[in-house]
Every structure is written in structure tokens, then in C-alpha cells.
Design a protein around this ligand. Structure first.
Ligand SMILES: [Zn+2]
Length: 325
């Protein structure tokens, strides 16, 4: 009796949570900002969307959650009456790929790094939150995949989609619109908060730093930088983020080399100087240090090649994508 009551309660809670999140998504407003030269940043719920519109059609980056697809389509229709030809996923997480099925069904070609397709094809465990994510249906999977780089010649611009190894996950890309001078960083950049690094999906702080370095080589003072989460950024925001992440990485590595225990490392307060600025987001300072500790025990910390857990679909290529540039 007690057990079944508990079960009922559990069910009730999950139904309420579900209603809550559907309600929340009903209330979400998709805000669109015009960055010039045909590029727009869309904010709603989940990862920031990039839209590039012109005579050849619409090119879109990420698609948030499935219940928002109609609103996102309406926001894109305000920008252009052309179809969304290509949809890029910056990585596999559901707050960036949740709408894939809907966009695929309305004719968009989904493009992503090979590891995005691999991870979306099989059940995943997000270790940091102990959250299981079910495999996506075939219709939601990227149909064009690549290992290092892919370019799009569209709307009189060149869009350079570049893989960055083991950063937020093992399938991240940063995307540069050469003429428009806009970079979309995916979740390699959280503007204004500590980043979530999905260690279980092959992410690492060193990779986050390298991704920022790569973008800083491309960016100039006029570049608009779209972060995965947070407000639109400039080169100075990204420089600051790079500096902070590098400092935390250096301090953490030094403490690790001294052979300090996890508890002692936590007590050192290596993020204290930055907590006021970055500590109020989805990943708080303590969680951030816990992520770094888990990373120091994960295979990517040893520089070993990482493959997604279930690579039965297409086994070649994942190894190459993990090498350092
Ligand atoms: Zn993510």
C-alpha cells in the first residue's frame, strides 16, 4: 500500500512537472535580434538560435525544444518567407536539438558533427545530472555529418562550420559567417555564467579554452559573438571568459599536481574571484569544481581518444575528431 502510494505520488509529481514545463513553454516568447547582414539571434528557452536569411534560403543553428518549433518557425517567417534549408546542431543536447524532428518533417536538412548523430542515435546518460536521455527517432537525426569542417556557400556569404575537439562535448562546432562577421559558439561559450562541461560526453575545460582561442583568432572588434547561452557577446567578453577559464584551469591543475584530495581542492576556493560575476547561473561555483574533479578522473583528461559509448552505427572517424589542433 505504502509502495503504491509512493508510486502514485511519484507519477503525480512527474505529471505536474510535465504540465509545468509545457506551461512554461507556452509562455516562452521568441525574441529576435537583427545583427545585420542577414544574421539574427533568436532567444527563447534553451540554447541561442542563429538564423541567416537571404536569397538562397534560410540557414539555422540549433532549435531549442520541440514544443517551441511553431513559435520558432513563426519568428523565422517574420525574417524571411524562404524555407529553412539547412539546420545545424552545435552539439547533441536536447535544448539545442529538441525541435529536430519538427524541422526535419518540414523539409530542413539537418547537419552536425559525426558524434552528434552517434550520441543522438543511442540512449545517453548525462553524468553531471545523473539524467538519462533516450535515443532520438531517425527523423530527428542529422543526415549530413562531418568530421572536421564543412562550408556552406549561401546568400553571398561563406559559412565555415568548424569542429572543436572535446570542449562542451565531443561533437561541438563553432560557426563563422565570414561576410556578416558573426560567430556562433554553441555551448563552448556561456556568456556571463560558468559553463556546463558535459564530461560524460567527452567535454573538457582545456577544450573549452581551445575553442575560445580558435574563435579569438577569427574575431575582431566588430564581430558579433552568439554564445550557446547568455546575451550576445563581443570579442572583449570572449577574451575575459578565456582568461578566467585559463586561470581556473591553471590553478586546478596545480592543486591536482600537488596530489590534493577532492575535499581540499573544493576548500581552496579557486573560483572565488569570479563567483560574483559568473556564479549565478545554471552551474554554480561548487558544481563547476565538481565537474572539473570528475573530468580529472575521466578518460579525456589523459589525452586518450574518446569515442561515444555506443559506436555500432558507424565506427570510423570518431577517433580522428578527438585529436588536438
Ligand atoms: Zn549543451
Amino acid at each position: 500500500m505504502k509502495k503504491s502510494l509512493k508510486k502514485l505520488f511519484g507519477l503525480l509529481v512527474s505529471v505536474l512537472v510535465l504540465i509545468g514545463s509545457t506551461r512554461a513553454q507556452e509562455e516562452v516568447i521568441i525574441e529576435s535580434s537583427d545583427l545585420g547582414s542577414g544574421v539574427y539571434m533568436l532567444k527563447g528557452q534553451g540554447g541561442n538560435i542563429g538564423v541567416f536569411a537571404g536569397e538562397d534560403g534560410v540557414f539555422m543553428i540549433d532549435d531549442q525544444f520541440a514544443p517551441l518549433s511553431e513559435k520558432i518557425k513563426a519568428a523565422v517567417a517574420e525574417i524571411s518567407d524562404k524555407p529553412i534549408k539547412f539546420l545545424i546542431n552545435t552539439h547533441w543536447h536536447f535544448d539545442h536539438t529538441g525541435g529536430n524532428e519538427n524541422f526535419s518533417n518540414s523539409g530542413s536538412v539537418i547537419v552536425a558533427h559525426e558524434n552528434v548523430r552517434k550520441r543522438m542515435s543511442t540512449d545517453q546518460l548525462m553524468q553531471t545530472f545523473n539524467r538519462e536521455v533516450k535515443a532520438s527517432p531517425k527523423v530527428a537525426l542529422p543526415v549530413v555529418t562531418f568530421d572536421q569542417q564543412v562550408g556552406f556557400h549561401l546568400n553571398n556569404d561563406y559559412i565555415n562550420v568548424m569542429h572543436v575537439a572535446n570542449a562542451h562535448t565531443d561533437g561541438d562546432v563553432i560557426i563563422f559567417f565570414e561576410q556578416a562577421n558573426v560567430i556562433h559558439m554553441g555551448d563552448t561559450f556561456f556568456n556571463g555564467t560558468y559553463p556546463f562541461i558535459d564530461v560524460g560526453s567527452g567535454g573538457s575545460l582545456k577544450g573549452i579554452i581551445d575553442a575560445a582561442e580558435k574563435a579569438l583568432l577569427i574575431a575582431n572588434n566588430e564581430t558579433d559573438i552568439i554564445p550557446g547561452h547568455g546575451p550576445l557577446a563581443t570579442i572583449s567578453d570572449l577574451k575575459k571568459y578565456h582568461k578566467i577559464m585559463s586561470d581556473i584551469h591553471m590553478q586546478f591543475t596545480t592543486l591536482k599536481k600537488k596530489g590534493m584530495s577532492d575535499e581540499d581542492i573544493k576548500a581552496e576556493g579557486i573560483t572565488l574571484d569570479y563567483d560574483e560575476e559568473l556564479g549565478n547561473g545554471f552551474i554554480g561555483p561548487e558544481k563547476f569544481i565538481e565537474i572539473l574533479l570528475s573530468e580529472s578522473k575521466a578518460p579525456q583528461a589523459t589525452g586518450k581518444i574518446i569515442k561515444p559509448d555506443h559506436t555500432n552505427l558507424h565506427d570510423k572517424g570518431a577517433g580522428q575528431s578527438a585529436h588536438k589542433h
